[in-house]
Design a binder for this molecule. Sequence first.
Ligand code: PLP
Length: 461
Amino acid sequence: MGNDTIPYKIYLSENELPEAWYNVRADMKHKPAPLLNPATHKPMSFDDLRPVFCDELVRQELNDSDAWIPIPQEIREFYRMYRPSPLVRAYCLEKKLGTPAKIYYKFEGNNTSGSHKLNSAIAQAYYAKQQGLRGVTTETGAGQWGTALSMACSYFGLDCQVYMVKVSYEQKPFRREVMRTYGAKVTPSPSESTEVGRKILAEFPGTGGSLGCAISEAVEAATKQDGYRYVLGSVLNQVLLHQTVIGLETMTAMDKYGVKPDIIIGCAGGGSNLGGLISPFMGRKLRGEADYRFIAVEPASCPSLTRGKFVYDFCDTGHVCPLAKMYTLGSEFIPSPNHAGGLRYHGMSSILSQLYDDKLMEARTVEQTEVFRAAQEFARVEGILPAPESSHAIKVALDEAKKCTETGEAKTILFGLTGTGYFDMYAYKAFNDGTMSDYIPTDEDLQRGFAGIPRFDGNTL
Ligand SMILES: *Cc1c(COP(=O)(O)O)cnc(C)c1O
């Protein structure tokens, strides 16, 4: 494809794998607010968090000062099995769009779990093993995180207990079987096996569950079994930290070819892939070395950044977790039942929330039918069948590239292609059948979620 010297795929060598994760908090002038104890409203200390999370992960969670955290050798060895991941120049897409824009995407779907989530799963399993634990518990919604964690746990010989949102457990039996193949125990949530699960079932019999509810069960299960800790696949500072391997590889690859992205786009559920992709670039921006536009893309049906409140809120439905300051729709907010595209968590990473509040990052919402249209357009020229979550970023990348077609500007657009969509065929079927619909919550819908946000001194809505 002619005049550019950039290859279709920029692969780094294994030796170019990052040796340390980059902690963007070290360069942030306004640090993300600390987690609070829900009873006393005091910041959670190392000792407060130890019963729930592995020690080393608590240290990472609380570390606002070290810019670089070395990646242990054993984690780098695991990364070598599927990393560095390719940075793709979307020549075919550019040609199809007739745009002067230069489009790049970092593809994280080249592993069995099908997404970026393995980058943090392997780190969390490693630290659990180092601490001599027997196993970990977690929640999973669509199943990507549970799959990644079950792979990571089997690698280190750890027990893995997954609470899977009941509707997904029933609708995605194949995800469940992948997890079981890797040795995980999968329980539909809410379940009778925890106190909080029994309480939720008594209050809402027949409920299909939610992520917030599965988190509560997983935390309870971890704290009630000897030698277990809870691990989470997004939202937390530590998860975002592990995902910076995405951004660091991307930056190395782009620097090597002298390419500077003008716009960096990612989908935002809990914020870990987006945070991981943008962190090193954001670091340059924060230090005044370069400037970029960052765009977080969220579903119109779950608009935490664009329509949420920036306050302390519960991270889970059962209110067993610490309070986090974040853009939130309220822990009782559940996207409308027609929502098929993932990214359904009610809150957003505290780091990204702070960056957004400081106007260092933009956010945009997109509706799911246009997301699937973008997914289809992308799949037909680039070949990859994208996850619905990733397709939110595709949609905005296409919009920005089309703008360039109109203005004639040759901007460089980078987006995160977080994973593949092979387990989302019911959603694709609805789109292909023309039965997929959109729903944008009304202000009244959102008000119901906001009503569940805790009120206390200093936490004003
Ligand atoms: C989980 C997931 C996301 C969203 O999670 P973040 O923490 O916001 O990155 C995006 N894409 C895929 C494929 C996922 O599995």
